[in-house]
Design a protein around this ligand. Sequence first.
Ligand code: FDP
Length: 428
Amino acid sequence: MMVMRSVLCDVLLLAAALACCCCLAFQPPSTGVHKHGLLRPSSSASSSAAGSRRRQTGGLRMAISRPDPGKIMTLTRYMLEQTRLYPEYQDFESLMGSIQLACKSIAMLVGSAGITGLVGAAGAVNVQGEDQKKLDVLSNDILKGALQYTGRCGVVASEEEPHPVLVEEAYMSKFVTVFDPLDGSSNVDAGIATGTIFGVFKEQEECMLPEQLDGDLMANQCLGNTLQPGDNLVAAGYCMYSSSVHMVITFGHGVQGFTLDPEIGEFVLTHPNMTLPRRGKIYSMNEGNSPDWPEGLRQYVDDVKQGKGAAGHKYSARYIGSMVGDVHRTLMYGGVFGYPADKKNKNGKLRLLYEAAPMSFIVEQAGGKASTGYERIMDLHPKSVHDRTPIFLGSYDDVEEIEQYMAKHKEEIAPHLVAKEEQVPVAK
Ligand code: FDP
């Protein structure tokens, strides 16, 4: 009897959910946009006359509203409007135009990969010894291609390229762009969230060399532009390909989150001025590696699981294994994401230049903290394009607490790559 009742309940719930989905799928466009372009449900029945509809679906009432195209804050419009406030945004406009176009193309490829056969390995191994997926290779080409014609970007450094690459107009450009074209790609065949991470540095003056100089030397100088600390970043962002496509960006004046509206093919501002709560309730790390973690971290995780940390409440574990997905959730809900050093990987796994530094810039701009466990990620100077670093980022107080636990076991510090004393001199 009990079993029958629960089956009946499930059937009823399923029917309600299906009815709700149909309702979602077939709602016609209507108005209902707040000043930042946020979608919001209509507040009164009279709004149906203005284009929004409500339907009774077995007890569930749903109101779907579509933004008024004239009022929508698209990423393109946002960039235009920001140039009035900050003249330096003018330089980012064409760069962001190319990056958003590339992200839309990658989103389309990722979304249809199972159907078009773009799953599985490409048959090559990247410079870091990882199997390249077909989508890794394609995403890299799309981004490089898009950046080539901005007239603003001279050098790109990518996870999928052994060395930085000079793109057209290299000697007249202003920016160096670093990116991981498809982060978390080992998950992509399973339909799990993946993303593109990017960071933008200003080119250093040394790249403006006299023409008579030997070509190779000039190229080397220009390529050396990529090796800058996170503190030099002028823009950073990521695009997440998941149940919806999100673009989160910072130019050093806060963090803005956009969502791709598939009906109009535009990124719309849905999360203005994203901020992290000071404390969270989630820790996000690959706990399978915990036997090899530093003792301080093991103790931290043990304590917060039992509510014995400074917050006084119990923490839950959430780990996707895709940095963009894990960082996005951390930005939305708070808590801490980490990929620590361990006995086998003294520098952790994630790459400083095009993963850790851009994400740290975003997190700091959202009021959070990003650390190796001992020092600020943004202070680290990479020695080579593919350097790795341990990382903890997220709610300020949570990351600070991890640093305190790690400090209790200082003797265990992994000899990680960029101790401040041995920094590579890089002109700012
Ligand atoms: P992936 O190898 O799938 O590209 O960038 C490396 C990365 O994913 C991150 O996105 C992710 O956070 C991490 O590796 C996951 O590593 P583990 O599988 O070792 O947990």
